[in-house]
Design a protein around this ligand. Structure first.
Ligand code: BES
Ligand code: ZN
Length: 464
C-alpha cells in the first residue's frame, strides 16, 4: 500500500475534524459584518498550512480580504504545483430553509452539512492533507508546492489579479491545480477544461421622491416595479434567446467534435429534471442542456425587490425598484464588453418616466484549456486511482475568475480537479460535502502530487 494513501486513510477522522473547525467560521466575503470571521478563516488556513509542513506561510493583506500564501519547496529539480482555492463562502439566506445551522457543521447520511463544505473549504483542504501525508510518511513530497488561498472568490476576486501580477516571480510554477468544481456525477470522475465567465450588474429604478398611495396616484405615474419587470422580461424571447443588441457577437461557435463529446456524457434530461424538482427544463432553443450550461451564455435575475413584501396587503406605489442580474459568458465574450452592452440597452429601454442607474458589481472571464497537456493526463491518472474510473472531460457553467489570469500571467496549464458533486447545494441552503468524495479527494491529491512529480519541470513526462 502506498504509505501516503495509507496515511490519509488512517487520518480520516482528524482531517474531517479539522475541516469541521474551518467550517464553523462564517467567512462570508460579501458581508461587511463578517470581517472578523474572514480574518479568523485566514488565520486558520495559515496555521493549518504550517502544521501540514509548509516552510513559509504568509497572510498577505489587500485592500479587501487577505490572501494566504504557503510554500513547501523541498524538492529541487521537481516540478512546482500551485494550488489555488478560497476560504470565503457565499451568504446563507434563506436561513429558514437550512435543516441545521450553516455554521454548525452536522453529519447526516455520510455527508457533512455546512456552508462552504464543498465550495470551497472541503475541496481546497484535500491538497493540504496530501502534502502532510507525503511529508509524514516519506519526509518529502514528490512536487514543490505553492498555495494561494484567497478570501474574495465569491465576490469576483477583485484583489487577486494585482497580487498575481505583483508576485508573478514568487508564484512561478509548472502548473496550477484548483479543486473548486464538481465531478460529472458520483462515480463519474471528470476533469474540467472550460468555465464560463460572468458579468454582474445591479439595476436601480426610481419613479418618484417617495412611496405613494396607490389609490390617490395609481394611473398617474409609472410604477418603477412594473417598469422594471417589463424591462427584464424583454431581455429574453420565448426561445430563450437573449435580445440585447450585440450580445452574441463574440460567442465562439461550438465545434461539432465538442458537441459529440458532450452528447456522449452519461447525462439524462429526465433524471436531471427530477433531481432538480423542475416541472420542465428550459433554455436556448437548438442546444442540449449540457451545451447550454457548458458553452452558451445565459442571463438570469439573481434578485429583485421593491414595494411591500410583508404579510398582508399594503396599497402602495413604490418609489424604487431594484434587481441584480448576471450574465454567464463564454469565449470570446468579455465581462467588460457585455456589461457595457447590457447597460446601454437597459438605459435605452427604460421608460422616460423613471430614472435608471446600472452599476456593474463584478465579473470574470471565461476560460477554455487545451485538453492535450500532460498535466491533464497526470490529473486523469490521479482521479482514476482515487475514484476507480478514468475521468471524462467536461466544461462547467460556473466561474472561477482567476483561472484565466493564471493561464495568461503565469503561462502554465491549469488543472481543475473537482471532487464536489452537483447535488452539494453550493450557494444554496443545506450545502454539503459527501464524506466519500472528501476521503477520495484526499487520495486524488496524494496521487496527483506523485503523478506530477514523475514529470519534469515544464510538464513533460520523463522517458523511462
Ligand atoms: N466553485 C464555484 C465555481 C463553480 C461552481 C464552478 C460550479 C463550476 C461549477 C465558485 O466558488 C463560484 O461560485 N464562483 C462564482 C464566481 C463569481 C462570483 C465571479 C460563480 O460562479 O458564481
Ligand atoms: Zn462558489
Amino acid at each position: 500500500m502506498n504509505p501516503a494513501i495509507q496515511y490519509v486513510r488512517d487520518n480520516r477522522k482528524r482531517h474531517l475534524d479539522q475541516l469541521t473547525e474551518l467550517l464553523r467560521i462564517p467567512s462570508i466575503s460579501t458581508d461587511p459584518e463578517k470581517k472578523k470571521a474572514i480574518g479568523q478563516a485566514a488565520d486558520w488556513v495559515s496555521s493549518r498550512l504550517k502544521e501540514a509542513g509548509c516552510t513559509k506561510v504568509k497572510i498577505h493583506k489587500t485592500a479587501g480580504h487577505p490572501i494566504v500564501y504557503g510554500e513547501w519547496l523541498g524538492a529541487p529539480g521537481k516540478p512546482t504545483l500551485l494550488v489555488y482555492g478560497h476560504y470565503d463562502v457565499q451568504p446563507v439566506d434563506p436561513l429558514e430553509l437550512w435543516h441545521t445551522p450553516p455554521f454548525e457543521p452536522t453529519l447526516r447520511d455520510e455527508k457533512l452539512y455546512a456552508r462552504g463544505a464543498s465550495d470551497d473549504k472541503g475541496q481546497v483542504i484535500i491538497h493540504v492533507n496530501a502534502l502532510e501525508a507525503h511529508l509524514q510518511t516519506t519526509g518529502s513530497c514528490p512536487v514543490n508546492l505553492k498555495f494561494v488561498i484567497e478570501g474574495e472568490e465569491e465576490i469576483g476576486s477583485p484583489h487577486l489579479d494585482p497580487f498575481i501580477g505583483e508576485n508573478s516571480k514568487m508564484l512561478a510554477c509548472d502548473a496550477v491545480v484548483v479543486s473548486d468544481t464538481a465531478m460529472f456525477a458520483k462515480g463519474v470522475p471528470s476533469i474540467c477544461y472550460g468555465l464560463r465567465g460572468l458579468a454582474y450588474l445591479q439595476i436601480d429604478l426610481t419613479g418618484t421622491d417617495s412611496d405613494l398611495h396607490s389609490g390617490t396616484f395609481g394611473g398617474a405615474v409609472v410604477n418603477p416595479a412594473n417598469a422594471l419587470v417589463a424591462m427584464l422580461a424583454s431581455l429574453k424571447d420565448a426561445n430563450g434567446k437573449i435580445k440585447i443588441p450585440g450580445f452574441y457577437d463574440n460567442v465562439r461557435k461550438l465545434k461539432a467534435k465538442e458537441r459529440k463529446a458532450f452528447a456522449s456524457l452519461p447525462h439524462s434530461d429526465s433524471r436531471y429534471k427530477k433531481a432538480l424538482g423542475a416541472p420542465a427544463l428550459f433554455g436556448e432553443k437548438g442546444y442540449t442542456t449540457l451545451e447550454r450550461t457548458y458553452a452558451r451564455p445565459s442571463l438570469d435575475i439573481n434578485g429583485i425587490w421593491s414595494g411591500f413584501t410583508g404579510e398582508g396587503a399594503k396599497t402602495v406605489i413604490p418609489a424604487k425598484a431594484h434587481a441584480k442580474i448576471s450574465m454567464r459568458l463564454v469565449p470570446d465574450q468579455t465581462a467588460k464588453e457585455i456589461a457595457r452592452k447590457v447597460k446601454k440597452h437597459l438605459k435605452a429601454i427604460a421608460p422616460k418616466s423613471v430614472k435608471i442607474e446600472v452599476t456593474p458589481l463584478h465579473g470574470g472571464e471565461a476560460w477554455l484549456a487545451d485538453t492535450d497537456h500532460p498535466a491533464l493526463a497526470a490529473a486523469g491518472r490521479a482521479m482514476k486511482g482515487a475514484f476507480g474510473r478514468k475521468p471524462v472531460f467536461v466544461r462547467e457553467g460556473g466561474s472561477i475568475p482567476v483561472v484565466g489570469t493564471f493561464a495568461d500571467v503565469l503561462k502554465v496549464p491549469c488543472v481543475l480537479l473537482g471532487v464536489g458533486l452537483n447535488e452539494d447545494n453550493i450557494h444554496a441552503p443545506n450545502e454539503k460535502m459527501d464524506l466519500d468524495q472528501f476521503y477520495r479527494g484526499n487520495e486524488a491529491a496524494v496521487l496527483l502530487f506523485e503523478e506530477m512529480g514523475a514529470g519534469t519541470p515544464g510538464g513533460k513526462k520523463k522517458k523511462k
